[in-house]
Design a protein around this ligand. Structure first.
Ligand SMILES: NC(=O)c1ccc[n+]([C@@H]2O[C@H](COP(=O)([O-])OP(=O)(O)OC[C@H]3O[C@@H](n4cnc5c(N)ncnc54)[C@H](O)[C@@H]3O)[C@@H](O)[C@H]2O)c1
Ligand SMILES: O=C(O)C(=O)C[C@@H](O)[C@H](O)[C@H](O)COP(=O)(O)O
Ligand SMILES: [Zn+2]
Length: 371
């Protein structure tokens, strides 16, 4: 077991640590003791993870520090970010004597993290929870920042709450079990940080991205750490996405969420894949509007393609994605203000900004060209 490194998310009284290292599940009790006051935890995980050794490792790790646990296993997949699954989860918690000082532990990818975080936000008007992310996507993105929630038939993540975790425990070794397709999808959110904030990180990824996906421990550790540094700084600067800074983390998501909504949650299109395609659209839109050099747009797309990520919706779906339906879905984006869409655009790789000054004709042109 290698030494852990720690990153602080600075949010005043809601501040918390992200602890990163290999094999940390086995040390969960020692590392989480200070945030589990009742010495008991409810571990919520999904059916795929339940078939791995990780829930047992976590329970044993907690037990070693005298912390008992109970387990709830939910169905795997995006479909679980729904009212029925949320209701079942909260009902189970209440039926088993949940108390105000009880803590939930989300062991899983972004689906479990978003859902458990939301359950924690609303049960007894808010209890504590800890994130133990097990996918690349959740380790670099969803476990941090307190965006929790479920999907609606009206759109992605439209119901939820900001509710920060008490701690985030990242055991990078669990990624060894993650299917390659999931690893690649998570990589989209890694490269997003380079696109929006850090051109030299992007250049590093061009050189080492393949090693990250191949499981090279040192490359993986650097990619996760740098991603979290960017995310933690953005979240600390704009916790509730009010100043525009946090909206930068939504790069590619206005397009991506529209693809996900039209594909149907659990329709086989992964969030990271949709974000990859959406980021290519956002680069094309930025270039079309004269903000971004065409060379940068091409360099970004080439990298995603080389790393095995889709860059066009037609590569991952045979279904039609009519431009009017995509635009209607985009109109339900949470960044809409006065019925006007706000886009995250780039001046080039590493320099993102938001703009409401985007003619619909330009968006239509990008969608028509890329569909
Ligand atoms: N809250 C946020 O800030 C935020 C950020 C990004 C994405 N998200 C959300 O995250 C979700 C996507 O998360 P995801 O990509 O982690 O998907 P996921 O949670 O569905 O996990 C992907 C798959 O991998 C399996 N799995 C998880 N860990 C595993 C492991 N270690 N070994 C083997 N299998 C494992 C899961 O069972 C699932 O089948 C989307 O709903 C997205 O909207 C939220
Ligand atoms: O943390 C954020 O802020 C993000 O936007 C991160 C995104 O990667 C993530 O997909 C998030 O859930 C999208 O947020 P939403 O507000 O558009 O639902
Ligand atoms: Zn995302």
């Amino acid at each position: 077991m290698s030494a852990a490194n720690v990153l602080r998310v600075a949010l005043g009284e809601r501040s918390y640590d992200i602890v990163i290292g290999e094999g940390l599940l086995d040390r969960a009790g020692e590392l989480l003791a200070s945030v589990l006051p009742l010495r008991h935890a409810v571990i919520v995980t999904d059916g795929n993870l339940a078939r791995t050794r990780h829930p047992d490792r976590l329970a044993a790790g907690l037990e070693r520090a005298g912390i008992s646990s109970r387990r709830i296993v939910l169905p795997a997949g995006e479909g679980s970010k729904s009212w029925p699954v949320l209701e079942g989860l909260v009902d189970d918690l209440l039926a088993h004597g949940l108390e105000r000082r009880s803590s939930l532990v989300a062991l899983g990818g972004g689906v479990i993290g978003d859902l458990v975080g939301f359950a924690a936000a609303i049960a007894l008007r808010g209890i504590d929870y800890v994130q133990i992310p097990t996918t690349l996507l959740s380790q670099v993105d969803s476990a941090v920042g307190g965006k929790t929630g479920i999907n609606s038939r009206h759109g992605k993540n439209l119901i939820g709450a900001f509710h920060q975790p008490k701690a985030v425990l990242i055991d990078t070794s669990v990624l060894d079990d993650l299917p390659v397709r999931e690893l690649e999808a998570g990589y989209a959110e890694v490269v997003k940080y380079g696109f929006i904030k850090d051109r030299s990180f992007f250049a590093w990824l061009e050189e080492h991205g393949k090693a990250v996906l191949a499981g090279d421990a040192s490359a993986r550790a650097h990619a996760i750490r740098r991603s979290l540094e960017v995310k933690a700084a953005v979240v600390a600067a704009d916790e509730r996405e009010t100043s525009g800074e946090r909206a930068l983390l939504n790069f590619g998501h206005t397009f991506g969420h529209a693809y996900e909504a039209l594909a149907g949650y659990d329709g086989g299109l992964l969030h990271g894949q949709a974000v990859s395609i959406g980021m290519v659209d956002a680069f094309a839109l930025s270039a079309r509007l004269g903000h971004c050099p065409q060379d940068d747009a091409e360099r970004a797309e080439a990298h995603l393609a080389r790393l095995g990520l889709p860059t066009r919706i037609t590569q991952v779906s045979n279904r039609p994605f009519p431009v009017d339906e995509l635009l209607a879905a985009m109109g339900r984006d949470k960044k809409v203000e006065n019925a006007r869409l706000r886009f995250v655009l780039v001046r080039g790789i590493g320099d993102a900004f938001t703009s409401a000054d985007v003619p619909e004709t330009a968006v239509r042109a990008v969608l028509a060209e890329h569909g």
